[in-house]
Design a protein around this ligand. Structure first.
Ligand SMILES: [Zn+2]
Length: 499
C-alpha cells in the first residue's frame, strides 16, 4: 500500500498522511487549494463508496481525490476513529472555540506545545448556538471545520466536541445529529436573579410558585431536607436558614427543573451514544453563592442528573477577551468554595467560561481545582485572526476597527463588557506600525471582540460581503502566520493548567 499516494504524483501534506482502515489518507495541494486524497488497494475499494471525488486506477488499486465536503468529512470521522469526538470525563480539559472555522491547526499546535492530550484534553469543535447564529454557521460546519483542521495537522489523540450554551431540546437534537459529545445546558433564562435582593415574604411567594411536580418535590419536603441544617464540605460550612434556602430555591428552582428536562431529553435521544453534560449558569446577573451551588448540585443529583462539569457565575467580572476584573483575593475564596463543592458532589470539573485571556485567574483555578477544571475560550481566536490581518494588511484592519467602533454600542448589548468608545483610540490616530497594538488595548480589544458577527455579515452597497471574504482570503493564504499567532496565544492559556 505504501506506493499508493507516493506513486500517484500528488503533492501530499505530509503531516496529514496516515494509513488506516486498510487505505492511505492525506490532504493534497492542487491549484492553491487543499483536497482529500485516499488510496485504497483493491481489497479496500468498497470504502471509497463513502467518499465523493474523482477516482483513478493505479497499479496498487484506486486513488480518489475529492473536495473537503461535508460528505468527505463524515467519511473521515467514520473511518478514522480519532477524529470522532468523545466524552472526556473529568480529565483536565480546554475548549478552544473557533468562530471562523480556520483556527484548529493553531489550536492543535498549542495543545502539542504544552504536552498534548496527556497534559490537557482538547475540545476543538465548540460553539454556542448564539455564536452560530451570529456567524451564520451550522453545527455541521463547526464540526467539519475542526475535523479538517485536526486531519491537516495529523492530530490523532482525540477530541471532545462542545455544543455550548444550549437552551432548547431542538438545540440538543441539532448538535447530537452531527456528533457533538458534550452538551452544555444553559438554563439562565430560568434563573431568577431578582431573588438575590428579594424580601423573605417575596421569596416565600416565589418558592410557592415553583414547578413542584416537575421537581418531584413539595415545599414541605424541601424544608425538611435543608431548613436549619448545616453541611460540612471540606473547609466550608454551608448553613441553610429560611432566607438562604428560599433564596437558593427561588433563584435556581426553575433552572434545576429545566436542566433535568434537558438531561432526560439528551439521554433518550443519544441512546447508546456516549455523551456528557455540563451545567452552566455563568451568564446570569449575580454570582452563584456556595450555598446556591450546594443547593443546585444536591437537587440535580436528587433528580438523577449526571454532569461532568459545572460553570458557576463567579464573583467579579469575566468579560470577553480581557483579564479578570475584580478582587483576586475574593475570587480565590470563591473558587476554593466552588472547587470543594465540585469534589464533594462529583467529583466534577469547575468550568471557567469566558475563560480567554484570564491570565491572573489560571494559576488560582489550577491550584484550587486540583486538575478538576475545564477552560472554555471562544472569541480570542477571532482576535488572533485580526492580529494576523493587522500585520499583513494594515489598511484593511483599520477599516474593520473603524466599523467595529460604529457597531459597538449596538452589539455590546448581549455581552458583559465595559469598554467605552471614548477611551479607545480613533482609527485615524493610530500609525500603521502601531495597529497590531490595538489588540493589547483594553477598550479597543473588547470593541473588536463583540462586533465579530457584524463584521462577518456586513454587506457592501454592491451586495458583496464587505469584510468577510477578504478576511478569510487573507487567513487562508497565510495559514502559517495565523497558526503561529494562535499557538503563541494559547500556550499562555494552557500552560498554567499543566501540572
Ligand atoms: Zn458561558
Amino acid at each position: 500500500m505504501s506506493e499508493g499516494l507516493a506513486g500517484s504524483g500528488l503533492e501530499t501534506l505530509e503531516a496529514s498522511r496516515v494509513e488506516a482502515a486498510g487505505a492511505e489518507w492525506a490532504l493534497v495541494r492542487r491549484d492553491g487549494g487543499l483536497l482529500l486524497a485516499v488510496a485504497a488497494p483493491a481489497v479496500a475499494a468498497r470504502l471509497l463508496d463513502d467518499l465523493e471525488g474523482d477516482t483513478m486506477g493505479t497499479p496498487a488499486g484506486t486513488v480518489l481525490v475529492g473536495p473537503r465536503s461535508p460528505k468527505n468529512a463524515a467519511a473521515l470521522r467514520r473511518h478514522l476513529a480519532w477524529l470522532r469526538p468523545r466524552p472526556l470525563g473529568t480529565k483536565t480539559s480546554a475548549g478552544l472555540g473557533d468562530r471562523l472555522g480556520l483556527a484548529t491547526p493553531g489550536h492543535v499546535r498549542a495543545v502539542r506545545a504544552v504536552g498534548g492530550f496527556a497534559a490537557i484534553a482538547p475540545i476543538f469543535p465548540q460553539q454556542s448556538i448564539r455564536e452560530m447564529t451570529r456567524t451564520g454557521r451550522t453545527p455541521i460546519e463547526v464540526m467539519d471545520d475542526a475535523t479538517w483542521g485536526m486531519f491537516a495537522e495529523g492530530w490523532r489523540d482525540g477530541t471532545g466536541a462542545d455544543a455550548d450554551h444550549l437552551k432548547t431540546t431542538a438545540d440538543i437534537d441539532a448538535c447530537l445529529a452531527v456528533g457533538f459529545s458534550m452538551f452544555t445546558i444553559d438554563p439562565s433564562e430560568h434563573v431568577d436573579s431578582s431573588a438575590d435582593t428579594a424580601a423573605l415574604a417575596t421569596l416565600r411567594d416565589k418558592v410557592a410558585a415553583l414547578p413542584w411536580a416537575e421537581l418531584a418535590d413539595t415545599e414541605e419536603a424541601l424544608r425538611k431536607r435543608f431548613l436549619g441544617r448545616s453541611f460540612a464540605v471540606e473547609h466550608l460550612k454551608v448553613a441553610f436558614d429560611e432566607a438562604v434556602l428560599l433564596r437558593a430555591a427561588a433563584k435556581y428552582g426553575k433552572a434545576v427543573a429545566h436542566v433535568a428536562r434537558m438531561s432526560r431529553h439528551l439521554l433518550k435521544a443519544a441512546g447508546p451514544t456516549p455523551v456528557e453534560l455540563e451545567v452552566s449558569v455563568d451568564e446570569t446577573d449575580t454570582p452563584t453563592s456556595p450555598a446556591e451551588h450546594y443547593w443546585v448540585a444536591s437537587e440535580l443529583k436528587r433528580l438523577g442528573v449526571a454532569w461532568v462539569s459545572l460553570a458557576p457565575r463567579f464573583v467579579g467580572r469575566f468579560e470577553k477577551g480581557v483579564d479578570y476584573i475584580g478582587d483576586l483575593a475574593e475570587l480565590e475564596k470563591d473558587v476554593a468554595a466552588h472547587a470543594a463543592l465540585a469534589r464533594h458532589f462529583g467529583p466534577y470539573k469547575l468550568s471557567l467560561h469566558s475563560g480567554s485571556d484570564k491570565f491572573s485567574v489560571y494559576p488560582i483555578a489550577a491550584r484550587l481545582a486540583k486538575g478538576l477544571v475545564h477552560l472554555k475560550t471562544a472569541g480570542t481566536s477571532y482576535l488572533e485572526a485580526l492580529r494576523t490581518v493587522a500585520a499583513i494588511d494594515a489598511a484593511f484592519f483599520r477599516s474593520i476597527y473603524a466599523f467595529a467602533r460604529e457597531r459597538y454600542d449596538t452589539d455590546k448589548a448581549s455581552y458583559h463588557v465595559s469598554a467605552e468608545l471614548a477611551k479607545a483610540p480613533l482609527p485615524a490616530d493610530v500609525p500603521q506600525a502601531d495597529l497590531p497594538g490595538l489588540l493589547e488595548h483594553f477598550h479597543a480589544r473588547e470593541i473588536l471582540h463583540v462586533t465579530f458577527g457584524s463584521v462577518l455579515k456586513e454587506v457592501s452597497p454592491d451586495g458583496t460581503l464587505r469584510f468577510k471574504d477578504r478576511l478569510f482570503g487573507l487567513l487562508r493564504s497565510n495559514p502559517e502566520a495565523y497558526a503561529a499567532h494562535l499557538e503563541r496565544h494559547f500556550v499562555r492559556h494552557l500552560r498554567p493548567f499543566v501540572p
